[in-house]
Ligand binder design. Structure first.
Ligand code: TYM
Length: 334
């Protein structure tokens, strides 16, 4: 008899703070749409995570709708994937509370993003910011995800999630699937065009080095033309050429090539031509995304319907895990 093999499950999320960047796109989002043939996929807008930093209600609402529409626009088909808002599935907050009790203060304190964000906003080092990775663990574990496609700045959080899951499974009995990171082959970390030693981040104040997915073509071109390079003239990737390496990585990622092939392609180019070509490739890659995004944003009602349908599907899976956890811990169930 033929056995039908169950697809492995993928979960990932992005939080609606700031404006989504080319780093988000290359590091993860661009890969999400193509995964549903091989995997059973869930993708979420992590809006509960967004309030760990100060954000105005209006901004949170707008960012959330924008990001949800953008997920669909980058190619995540809501008919083939579960796409939803984290706050629509209450199990995330509930499981987070439960998992807090299987997370050690010392291990949470070691998280580099917590340290970085605390330094950046010392006036708002709230407990939510500290607890952020535990909520992220709840996101992943609720859906029994096998793989978590993320950029490399999230690897430490996924490691913590694995530790929490292993601790819980060891304390009771196998309950959670232990997830693994799936990093992009090219572009797991995209750097700022203005400072190629710093990550391109969506909440950074400095615009000049950050390309946004929804930037207009002339803004994208302007940013690439001004990208920091070095005093050399060769378009090759190496540790002492972070600017050129970053641009080659971006070019390779948006043209689905390898960095080696990109190097060959530009072996006779000067920096100015090279930067222009990278900019054009990014513009072309993002053009259909922006067009689809704009069409989706014209109809708020349909967007809310997609959110509702996604939340219902996610809710069903999450509820099963949560119930299992409550029972194992010893809560009296009705
Ligand atoms: P967030 O919203 O900061 O970023 C979303 C995704 O984009 C990746 N990324 C990058 N990749 C390459 N180069 C860059 N410059 C770059 N900047 C960001 C991030 O690694 C991430 O994969 N905590 C998460 C959201 C989250 C989540 C989850 C992720 C909440 N729950 C569960 C996975 C699983 C975050 O803040 O990502």
């Amino acid at each position: 008899m033929e056995t039908i093999e169950q697809k492995k499950r993928v979960f990932s999320a992005i939080k609606p703070t700031g404006n989504p960047t080319l780093g988000n796109y290359i590091g993860t989002m661009s890969r999400w749409g193509g995964m549903c043939d091989e995997f059973d996929c869930l993708f979420s807008v992590a809006d509960l995570h967004a309030i760990t930093v100060a954000i105005e209600p209006k901004e949170l609402r707008e960012n959330t709708k924008r990001l949800f529409a953008l997920l669909v626009a980058v190619g995540v088909d809501p008919d083939k994937n579960v796409v939803f808002l984290q706050s629509h599935v209450r199990a995330h907050a509930e499981l987070c509370w439960l998992l807090n009790n299987y997370t050690m203060f010392g291990e949470a304190r070691r998280m580099t993003q917590f340290k970085e964000k605390s330094e950046k906003a010392p006036e708002n080092v709230n407990v939510g910011l500290f607890d952020y990775p535990v909520l992220m663990a709840a996101d992943i574990l609720l859906y029994q995800a096998d793989y978590v496609p993320v950029g490399d700045d999230q690897v430490q959080h996924v490691e913590l999630c694995r530790n929490i899951a292993q601790r819980f499974n060891g304390r009771y009995s196998p309950t959670f699937t232990i997830p693994e990171c799936k990093l992009a082959k090219t572009g797991a970390r995209i750097y700022s065009l203005a400072d190629p030693t710093a990550k391109m981040g969506k909440s950074d104040g400095d615009d000049s080095g950050t390309v946004y997915i929804l930037d207009r073509p002339d803004d994208i071109m302007r940013k690439f033309k001004r990208a920091v390079t070095d005093s050399d003239t060769h378009v090759i990737a190496s540790d002492d050429k972070p600017g050129i390496t970053n641009l080659l990585t971006i070019y390779a990622a948006v043209t689905d090539a390898t960095v080696e092939n990109a190097e060959k392609e530009f072996s006779n180019s000067n920096y100015a031509d090279f930067k222009l070509r990278v900019g054009e490739a990014v513009v072309e890659r993002l053009r259909p995304v922006r067009e689809k995004y704009e069409a989706l944003r014209r109809d708020d009602g349909s967007l809310l319907e997609l959110m509702r349908a996604g939340a219902q599907k996610a809710e069903r899976i999450a509820a099963r895990t949560l119930e299992k956890v409550y029972k194992k811990v010893g809560f009296v169930r009705l």
